[in-house]
Design a protein around this ligand. Structure first.
Ligand code: PEP
Ligand code: MN
Length: 337
């Protein structure tokens, strides 16, 4: 349920509503828009009675949220959420590009990747230090030394860092080095991990599970938001279908659907959807054209020797060309990169 305060409500009136919510044993979630404050009351399986709020002064109306996800819904918050990371705004007018290798392999590799993606116009460096691999015998990432390399490369080129956290025990280390915590497709429904990153204030890039619906993605975002972390970025990275030509089927329609249902920023990952670098530029352009707030793209200085996802990683020269193309698409729809 949401309590919509009048535009003229005073801080004291809003405070009284918050106190009533807490007195009833619920957690209030505040969304302060330009015109008015909206307070979300999430009742878990206990019912919240609207009559407890309707008579309070400063309250304009009390509305039930009918969707299963509450804080992630447009009903709770009408304006787009903008997640701010080191001066970069994700969800604003300008689209944001995150790029870098799938995995951190060596210092030289990441330094070179960072220099090239920055020069091409990316603002966030990606790279996995902890890798969730299908095979236990595949390269699992460098761990903490990988985080140090990412931070050094990002600082040198004035980039922010996004990197995956695959277990609760690694959260403190990842928080020490990264600006955005990535929850990978395989962990989208690791509810304990979602709750723990929800307790951190650090922005979260939440990737859609390869077998998850849009509603399940929003419910996973809700786990993070309900713990008080409102800085969540959603990511469409392809889902598993009967089609075998691509690694996953890029669900470009998820972008406008998510933008309609939720206020959270949405980015597209054409690399993991395609699985093939030749397809990445077209899918990246489609994502921006569909209204994505940004892209996350794998770029490797020498993809032929990559220890992870080389086939889908762009050569830096290809990334240069792609950035020009997506910037042109963004301009067509009144945005920029
Ligand atoms: C990644 O970004 O490197 C990754 C493992 O992605 P996903 O979780 O989407 O497979
Ligand atoms: Mn990858």
């Amino acid at each position: 349920m949401i309590v919509v305060m009048k535009g003229t409500a005073t801080a004291r009136e809003t405070g009284a509503v918050l106190q009533t919510i807490e007195g009833l044993g619920f957690k209030p979630h505040i969304s302060s828009g330009e015109e008015r404050t909206v307070i979300g009351i999430i009742g878990n399986d206990r019912k919240v009675e609207s009559s407890a709020f309707e008579g309070l002064s400063g309250v304009e109306r009390v509305i039930p949220i009918l969707k299963p996800y509450k804080l992630a819904s447009r009903e709770f918050k009408q304006e787009d959420t903008v997640v701010e990371v080191r001066g970069c705004r994700i969800g604003g007018r300008s689209c944001v590009v995150m790029a870098g290798p799938c995995a951190v392999e060596t210092r030289e590799q990441v330094m070179e990747a960072a220099a090239r993606v920055k020069a091409a116009g990316a603002s966030i460096l990606r790279g996995g230090a902890f890798k969730p691999r299908t095979s236990p015998y595949a390269f699992q990432g460098l761990g903490k030394p990988g985080l140090e390399i990412l931070r050094e490369a990002a600082d040198k080129h004035d980039l922010a860092v996004v990197t995956e956290v695959i277990s609760v025990q690694d959260i403190p280390a990842v928080v020490e080095y990264a600006d955005i915590l990535q929850i990978g497709a395989r962990n989208m429904q690791n509810f304990n991990l979602l709750e723990e990153v929800g307790k951190e204030g650090r922005p979260v890039l939440l990737k859609r599970g390869m077998m998850s619906t849009i509603e399940e993605l929003l419910l996973s975002a809700e786990y993070i938001l309900s713990k008080g972390n409102y800085n969540v970025i959603l990511c469409e990275r392809g889902i598993r279908t009967f089609e075998k030509f691509t690694r996953n089927t890029y669900d470009v329609s998820a972008v406008p659907v998510l933008k309609k249902l939720s206020h959270l920023p949405v980015v597209c990952d054409p690399s993991h959807a395609a699985g093939d670098r030749d397809l990445v530029p077209a899918l990246a352009r489609a994502g921006i054209a569909a209204g994505a707030d940004g892209l996350i793209i794998e770029v490797h200085p020498h993809p032929e020797v990559a220890r992870c996802d080389g086939a889908q990683s762009l050569h830096p020269d290809q990334f240069d060309a792609l950035m020009k193309e997506v910037a042109a698409i963004a301009r067509c729809i009144g945005r920029s990169i």
